[in-house]
Design a protein around this ligand. Structure first.
Ligand code: CP
Length: 363
């Protein structure tokens, strides 16, 4: 197991994968999500879950647009018996009147929710919120639901949970009602989860928090290699390349998707984050080269027979980084499973932060 900066005990806030998602902690997290999913399938199980966080309140402040992260955090809260206060879009806040991020955060933290879930365009927004929560509000937990181009830890939790489920299935391991998490993990632990695999990440790494978070987290496992497939304008940042070097993970950066199609086991694909591009020229240049980075049916057929394709979504209807025949027609494309895992993953997060005993008892 590669080194990690935090202990395996788990995080106090969920701000970024690098510091907050220790592989040992994630190892205990996957079966908790599986247990929640089993309970959600029965009326009795749903009733039981609804008692676990009765009367607690989550404040969801989404200052950037979102479909799946916002709705899944909201739904997850309600399935646990919580109430939510949801703000969607910075135009509906006093940011539109010129208020600073810090003052907006103080205003919301000052309403004293039990937990604060934040999405913002600023790379450091969640970190600032956690610092304010520690200084003024008794350390109430902060979950980063996407900050700028850098961090989206709960998305990566969902991505890795989805891959864990596939690894279990691939190896004939099923998480049955009677099986204890420890039994499952003994046979499908993180050491074997990505062992020896080649990971392909594209097509925007520089501006994509989902791609960056996935790369930072996946690099903690004994993978064979990461191949970044991007336009030069969207190549991985120095910080990520230095981290991979520090961990001894081999990587390459290429603009030639066709040349690496047969090499990759897990594809983590994504949308060019046009809203973060700095100039109109950059936007136009990336748009012109987009077809080079499309996963089409023809390209998917040249991949390894066992390769999987993930995409955190949304898929852009113009750049179509995964074409609909692949998204809806190819078994290797597991984007829907990824998205559907949003609710149980976020339920596990709420339980971790707000009812540790219930989290530990999930089986
Ligand atoms: N994956 C993701 O963050 O999607 P949304 O922007 O729809 O929340």
């Amino acid at each position: 197991m590669k080194s990690e900066t935090v202990t395996a005990q788990g995080p106090k806030h969920l701000l970024q994968v690098k510091g907050d998602c220790h592989p040992d902690w994630m190892n205990s997290f996957f079966p908790k999500v599986a247990a929640i999913k089993r309970k959600l399938r029965t009326r009795e199980g749903k009733y039981e879950l609804r008692q676990l966080l009765q009367g607690r309140i989550a404040n969801l402040l989404f200052l950037e647009s979102s479909t799946r992260t916002r709705t899944s955090f909201d739904m997850a809260a309600k399935l646990l018996g919580m109430e939510t206060v949801v703000t969607s879009g910075s135009d509906n806040t006093s940011r539109a009147k010129g208020e600073t991020l810090r003052n907006t955060l103080l205003a919301v933290l000052g309403t004293r929710p039990d937990i604060f879930v934040l999405r913002d365009a600023d790379d450091d927004a969640a970190k600032i919120a956690a610092e304010l929560a520690e200084e003024y509000y008794g350390g109430l937990p902060v979950i980063n639901a996407g900050s700028g181009k850098k961090h989206h830890p709960s998305q990566t939790q969902g991505d890795h949970t989805t891959l864990w489920e596939h690894a279990c299935e691939f190896r004939g391991i099923f998480v049955s009602h009677h099986e204890q998490p420890a039994d499952v993990l003994a046979r499908c632990g993180p050491e074997s989860l990505f062992s020896g695999l080649t990971i392909g990440i594209g097509a925007d790494v520089f501006f994509s928090r989902t791609a960056r978070s996935f790369a930072f987290q996946t690099a903690k496992y004994p993978i064979k290699k990461i191949i970044f497939v991007t336009d030069p304008l969207l190549a991985p940042p120095e910080e990520l390349k230095e981290y991979l070097t520090e961990l001894g993970i081999p990587f390459e950066v290429t603009g030639n998707l066709d040349s690496v199609l047969p090499l990759v086991d897990i594809w983590y694909w994504g949308r060019p984050q046009a809203e973060r591009f700095e100039t109109e020229t950059q936007r136009e240049e990336v748009r012109m080269r987009t077809p080079r980075f499309q996963i089409t049916l023809e390209r998917s057929e040249r991949m390894k027979p066992t390769a999987l394709i993930l995409h955190p979504q949304p898929i852009n209807k113009e750049s179509l980084e995964i074409t609909p025949d692949v998204q809806y027609g190819s078994k290797r494309c597991i984007t829907r499973q990824q998205s559907d895992n949003g609710v149980p993953v976020r339920m596990a997060d709420y339980l971790w932060f707000l009812n540790r005993e219930a989290f530990n008892s999930l089986s």
